[in-house]
Design a protein around this ligand. Structure first.
Ligand SMILES: Nc1ncnc2c1ncn2[C@@H]1O[C@H](COP(=O)(O)OP(=O)(O)O)[C@@H](O)[C@H]1O
Ligand SMILES: [Mg+2]
Length: 303
């Protein structure tokens, strides 16, 4: 942890000194590694404002620190704000791929925090009305993103929109962010219900944000599990699990105000420790068999 903290501080200092806080990948080919399976994880929630983007951004940085090349994609329709939290201004986003001559390497940004990311766009609403030709172009141009990363994290919008559901059903794993408030839990339950109707997989785990006590996350998980058992008939052999929790922590707001990821701004703060624990859990916890990976994710998304 102290090594990680030191490394984070170094990155933060480098960011503060540098005006060019984002650069485009100069030689994407150099990043292309050997054939491997890329984990595709969506971060979603039932209700907006529960901390999805903060968790996605900081988790991406934590995974990168654990030597997993991580690509973060901002797919929150209408509320794309990964840029805001990273304190960067992107001139390119996913939709630019629809232009002739724009390739993946043109839209992937290397942030100074070690992760690469693809910026969202409020115009991404258009995604719902893509023509077949546009879908094919996107599908084709995004195909090699798995060569850039071991883990692709996707920050989706909140709620039950078709677009959100498409992402979580297509992905191998989903982290469903909730707080312990009844409204947030009941909205999370609604997502879970739709997920179970639309997907045979059960790789959905919850992350309980803004807890004052770890017991609160057990509480939220239990409530969700009980409701789901009662109403959804989820086989008990595949329980609803909690992948982690994040403490209610002022350092989150402080970092957001500075437009810095909190794990960089206050690496040893309680929320940062929770993110490190979550990343650890994702990497060392129960094995997720990667059966589909990125290419199958795209196939499902654009089919
Ligand atoms: N663990 C936390 N502790 C304190 N405040 C938090 C925490 N998580 C989120 N917040 C607050 O909630 C706001 C919304 O978070 P955000 O990640 O943008 O939510 P979402 O992406 O779900 O809409 C943040 O700007 C921050 O002020
Ligand atoms: Mg968000």
């Amino acid at each position: 942890m102290s090594d990680q903290a030191a490394s984070l501080r170094k990155r933060a200092a480098a960011k503060a000194e540098s005006d060019t806080d984002t650069t485009q990948v100069s030689d994407p080919a150099s990043m292309f590694g050997a054939k491997h399976s890329t984990r595709v994880i969506t971060v979603t929630s039932g209700k907006g404002g529960v901390g999805k983007t903060n968790i996605a951004v900081n988790l991406a940085i934590a995974l990168q620190l654990m030597n997993k090349r991580t690509l973060l994609i901002d797919a929150d329709i209408g509320m794309a704000n990964v840029d805001v939290i990273l304190g960067s201004v992107s001139h390119r986003n996913m939709l630019d791929l629809l232009e002739d001559g724009v390739e993946l390497s043109d839209i992937v940004i290397n942030s100074s925090f070690g992760i690469s990311y693809v910026s969202g766009s409020s115009g991404i609403e258009r995604a719902l009305n893509f023509t077949r030709r546009e879908k094919n172009a996107l599908h084709h141009k995004l195909a090699d993103a798995d060569k850039l990363a071991d883990i692709i994290l996707i920050d989706t919008g909140a709620g039950l929109g078709r677009n959100v559901l498409d992402f979580i059903v297509a992905a191998d794993e989903t982290l469903l962010v909730t707080t312990n408030e009844p409204t947030s839990i009941s909205d999370a339950f609604a997502v879970m219900k739709m997920y179970c109707r639309n997907s045979k997989k059960r790789n959905i785990r919850i992350v309980v944000n803004r807890v004052d006590d770890p017991k609160e996350s057990d509480d939220a998980t239990r409530k969700l599990r009980e409701t789901s058992r009662k109403f959804l008939d989820i086989p008990i052999t595949v329980p609803i699990e909690c992948a982690g929790y994040v403490f209610e922590d002022r350092s989150v707001q402080e970092a957001v105000k500075k437009q810095m990821p909190f794990i960089v701004n206050s690496p040893t703060a309680p929320a940062s420790k929770c993110i490190i624990a979550l990343a650890n859990n994702l990497l060392t916890g129960r094995e997720i068999k990667v059966k589909r990976g990125w290419k199958n994710f795209l196939r499902r998304l654009f089919s």
